[in-house]
Ligand binder design. Structure first.
Ligand code: ACO
Length: 431
C-alpha cells in the first residue's frame, strides 16, 4: 500500500485520534481504521459494508455514478465489443492483455482441462433429477477438492495456477452436466476444437442421436454474456470467496462458497427471478399493478433486475445486454416475443416514475440476460449457473490476488452486541 498523504481526525470523549487517509488510483479516498480498536477501544459499525473497503485490489474498478466498469483499466463496453471471454479471463488473471502467443497458450491450457474426472459423474447421479442446478454446482465444485488434491496447496504458486485453470475450464462442463441431468439426457463431453462458448452450448444442447450445430451469432451472444459477468470487484459472492480464502481454505471450497452466495435472488439469482417476474406480469396491461406493488412499503415485492448497490446512474452491462437481446431475438425470429415487449414497457414505465428515478433504480445486467438465455433454449433454473460459470474467473482472480498478499489476515468482523449480558444459568425445574 502507498504512503498516506492526508489524515482524518476523530475525537472521542475529548481525545483526538489521527487516522491515515489513502488515495486510490481511482475512486474515493479511504480512511485507515486498522489501528482504531487498539488505540481508542472502539469498533466501527457498517453492516452490509456500504462504506467499508475490505481489501486492496488492482483488478476491477466501478464508478457507480458514471456507470463505468473497468477491468485492469479497460472499459467493459470496449471489451464486450472488441475482445472475447477467454482474452478477458487472461486480462483479469494476469493483469495485461495477452500477446497472440500468450493467448494461444492460455486457450490451449483451458481447453486441455475441460473434462472432469469420470468418477465425479457418481456425484451427479446422487442428486434428485429435480434438484436446482445451483445446488448441484455447489456440491460438485466443493467435491472437486476431493478429486484434485494435487492443486489444493495454496502456498505453491504452480498448484494455484493449475487450480485456476482447472476451475475456469471445468465449470462449463459441470454446469452443462447439471443441466443434462435435470432433463434426463446423457452427458455430452467437451470438444477441444470448439471455442469456450460454443463448447458450452454444444454440451448443453447436443444429444447422442443428433449433434448440435453451433450458430456463430448465438455463440457470440453466449460469449458476451460470459464477458459481461466475468468480474465485478467486491460484490457479495466475491467477498464470500475472499472471506473463505482468508482462512487458507482450498480454492475449490472457496469457489463453492462463492457459488452458494451467488444463488440468492438479491445477487446472481436475480436473472431467474426477473424472467419469472416478467412471465408473471405476462402482458403490458398488468405493468401498472406490478409497479404499484414495487412502490408499496407494505409489499415485499421488488422489481427484479432493477437497482444496484453501486450503480446509481446506469449499469453499463445492461446497455450491451439489451443490444444483444435485440440481435439474438431477431436471429431466432422471435423479436415480437411478448416477454421482451413486457420488459421494454416495464423499463420505460419504471424510468418515467419518480419513485425509481429518485431512488436511482435502473435496470441491471440481469434485466435482459434472462430474455436472451430463454430464447437460446435454457430453462430459468440454468440462468444463475451460467452466471456462476462466467464469474468463476473473477472469483479466481480475486482469490489469487488475495493469497499472494503477504499481509493477508483472516477475515474476522466485529459486532455491535445487543444481547443479554452475563446471567446465571437456571436449572430446568426453576424456568
Ligand atoms: N424495486 C423496488 N424498490 C427497490 C428496488 C427494486 N428492485 N431496489 C431497491 N429498492 C428501494 C428499496 O425499497 C429502498 O427504498 P427505501 O429507501 O424507501 O427503503 C431503496 O430502494 C434502497 O434499496 P436498498 O435495498 O437499501 O439498496 P441496496 O443497495 O441495499 O440493494 C439491490 C441493492 C439488492 C440490488 C436491490 O436494488 C434489489 O433488491 N434489487 C432487485 C434484485 C436484483 O435485481 N438484484 C441483482 C443485482 S445485480 C447482480 O447481482 C448481478
Amino acid at each position: 500500500m502507498a504512503e498516506h498523504t492526508k489524515s482524518a481526525k476523530l475525537t472521542i470523549d475529548g481525545k483526538d485520534y489521527e487516522l491515515p487517509i489513502f488515495s486510490p488510483s481511482a475512486g474515493p479516498d479511504v480512511i485507515d481504521i486498522r489501528k482504531l480498536y487498539a488505540q481508542a477501544g472502539v469498533f466501527t459499525y457498517d453492516p452490509g459494508f456500504t462504506s467499508t473497503a475490505a481489501c486492496d485490489s488492482t483488478i476491477t474498478f466501478i464508478d457507480g455514478d458514471k456507470g463505468e466498469l473497468l477491468h485492469r483499466g479497460y472499459s467493459i463496453d470496449e471489451l464486450a465489443s472488441k475482445s472475447h471471454y477467454l482474452e478477458v479471463c487472461y486480462l483479469l488473471l494476469y493483469g495485461e492483455l495477452p500477446s497472440p502467443a500468450q493467448l494461444e497458450d492460455f486457450e490451449s491450457r483451458v481447453t486441455n482441462h475441460t473434462m472432469i474426472h469420470e468418477q465425479m459423474i457418481n456425484f451427479f447421479r446422487g442428486f434428485r433429477r429435480d434438484a436446482h442446478p445451483m445446488a448441484v454446482m455447489v456440491g460438485v465444485v466443493g467435491a472437486m477438492s476431493a478429486f484434485y488434491h494435487d492443486s489444493t496447496d495454496i502456498n505453491d504458486p504452480w498448484q494455484r495456477e493449475v487450480a485456476s485453470i482447472r476451475l475456469i475450464a471445468k465449470m462449463p462442463t459441470v454446469a452443462a452436466m447439471a443441466y443434462k441431468y435435470s432433463v434426463g439426457q446423457p452427458f455430452v463431453y467437451p470438444r477441444n476444437e470448439l471455442d469456450y462458448a460454443s463448447n458450452f452450448l454444444r454440451m448443453c444442447f447436443a444429444v447422442p442421436a443428433e449433434d448440435y450445430e453451433v450458430n456463430p451469432i448465438l455463440s457470440r451472444a453466449m460469449d458476451r454474456i460470459f464477458t459481461l459477468h466475468a468480474d465485478h470487484e467486491q460484490n457479495a459472492s466475491t467477498s464470500t470467496v475472499r472471506l473463505a480464502s482468508s482462512s487458507s481454505a482450498n480454492p475449490f471450497a472457496c469457489i463453492a462458497a462463492g457459488i452458494a452466495c451467488l444463488w440468492g435472488p438479491a445477487h446472481g439469482g436475480a436473472n431467474q427471478a426477473c424472467l419469472e417476474m416478467l412471465n408473471e406480469i405476462g402482458t403490458p396491461d398488468r405493468i401498472p399493478e406490478f409497479i404499484a406493488r414495487a412502490k408499496d412499503k407494505n409489499d415485499p415485492f421488488r422489481l427484479m433486475g432493477f437497482g444496484h448497490r453501486v450503480y446509481k446512474n446506469f449499469d453499463p452491462r445492461a446497455t450491451v445486454m439489451k443490444e444483444s437481446a435485440d440481435e439474438v431475438l431477431e436471429l431466432l425470429g422471435v423479436e415480437n416475443n411478448p416477454i421482451l415487449q413486457v420488459a421494454k414497457e416495464l423499463e420505460a414505465a419504471a424510468l418515467a416514475d419518480p419513485y425509481f428515478t429518485e431512488k436511482k433504480l435502473f435496470p441491471n445486467v440481469d434485466f435482459y440476460s434472462g430474455i436472451i438465455l430463454e430464447a437460446m433454449g435454457f430453462p430459468t433454473s440454468m440462468f444463475t449457473p451460467i452466471f456462476a460459470v462466467a464469474r468463476t474467473v473473477g472469483w479466481i482472480s480475486q482469490w489469487k490476488e488475495q493469497i499472494s498478499d503477504p499481509q493477508l489476515k483472516i477475515g474476522r468482523p466485529r459486532q455491535l452486541y445487543q444481547g443479554s449480558t452475563r446471567r446465571p444459568y437456571q436449572d430446568i425445574e426453576n424456568r
